[in-house]
Design a protein around this ligand. Structure first.
Ligand code: ADP
Ligand code: MG
Length: 319
């Protein structure tokens, strides 16, 4: 007998949670949650559509991870602590092993960050996954895109571009989803930078997560802050995983690749040492790639000279 909607929910999406702020989770008409006193509630949602945001045939566990990770990354970029998640699942079929895999990937990440799945919706239709995440941040230290000032350093965490390389390897047929290739593994299982986001509270003047490519996202941050971003291309972090590509391709992957869940942020120069040390202690590197100046837009320099670069980041409705 195929699984019904209520069997799926009961069997795969009803794990209990140790969180005290969940009075009632999955199973009733709605969840009952107790917001933390004095904190701002932070909310984010993202939808993943098969063929648009993920490749057909993506392993179920990786998709479960990604659907939550993309939202946790948005909370990281606000300096927030995640608490609760809701899951809307549109499935073409009630394939039990697929659903079990998906739940394993999603709960694995959720439990690592103390997030409780408290509700959702399960329907039949094309494969579409929507997750909403709720969390908290003290309102005065929430990280926004709009606070960068002239003179602030521009920093990026970790190794942007590795996920995009993994995607390129898959699309070119040079790797499979099951490959041990670290680029493919990063693409399928990138970890949101929640600890770094919290460390940046009250220190970073602006922050966002890199989702559509470093250059395009930096342009958004500069616009929101009303300043000009100047980056030095020779300071870009080029991960070891990119060493198999020619230098121009490495640079392109770092500047335009998404899906690494790295954080892009600005801070006054005297705070850089502190953040680099905190990040290092959390197992994450942080690189200064430039500085904010007066004006607008993004300037890329090579050996001190401004150069023109194409590309503004991913836009669903761009022609
Ligand atoms: P209703 O019809 O009242 O909206 P549903 O029958 O859709 O409720 O869902 C029953 C319960 O299961 C609700 O608590 C809902 O939040 C939860 N739920 C449904 N689908 C999911 C899912 N994919 N993940 C987590 N919880 C779910
Ligand atoms: Mg109801």
């Amino acid at each position: 007998m195929p699984l019904g909607e209520f069997d799926i929910i009961a069997r795969y999406f009803s794990r209990t949670t140790p969180r005290k702020d969940v009075l009632l989770g999955v199973g009733d008409d709605a969840a009952l949650l107790v917001p933390a006193a004095g904190q701002a509630l932070v909310a984010a949602t993202d939808t993943l559509v098969e063929g648009r945001h993920f490749l057909p045939g993506t392993p179920a566990a990786a998709l479960g991870h990604q659907a939550l990770a993309v939202n946790l990354s948005d909370l990281a970029a606000m300096g927030a602590e995640p608490a609760w998640a809701l899951l809307s699942l549109s499935l073409p079929a009630a394939d039990e092993s697929w659903i079990a895999g998906f739940a394993t990937g999603l709960y694995g990440l959720a439990e690592r960050h103390g997030v409780a799945l408290v509700g959702g919706d399960t329907v039949s239709g094309p494969l579409v996954v929507t997750v909403e995440v709720l969390g908290f941040v003290p309102p005065d230290v929430a990280l926004r895109r709009s606070g960068a000032r002239t003179g602030d350093l521009i920093c990026v965490s970790g190794s942007p571009g590795v996920s995009a390389a993994g995607l390129a390897e898959l699309q070119a047929g040079r790797a499979t989803f099951e490959a041990k290739d670290p680029r493919v593994q990063r693409f399928l299982r990138a970890e949101p930078r929640l600890a770094l986001g919290r460390a940046l509270r009250g220190v970073a003047t602006a922050a966002m997560d890199v989702s559509d490519g470093l250059l395009g996202d930096l342009r958004k941050l500069a616009r929101a802050s009303g300043v000009r971003a100047c980056i030095d291309l020779e300071r870009l972090p080029i991960a070891e995983e990119l060493s198999g590509y020619p230098p121009a391709e490495q640079e392109r992957l770092v500047l335009h690749g998404g899906d690494d869940y790295e954080l892009l942020f600005t801070l006054p120069s005297d705070h850089f040492g502190l953040i680099a040390r905190l990040a290092q202690a959390g197992g994450c590197s942080v690189r200064c790639i430039g500085a904010m100046t007066a004006g607008a837009g993004v300037e890329c320099r090579r050996e001190g000279a401004a150069i023109a670069l194409e590309g503004t980041g991913f836009d669903h409705f761009a022609r």
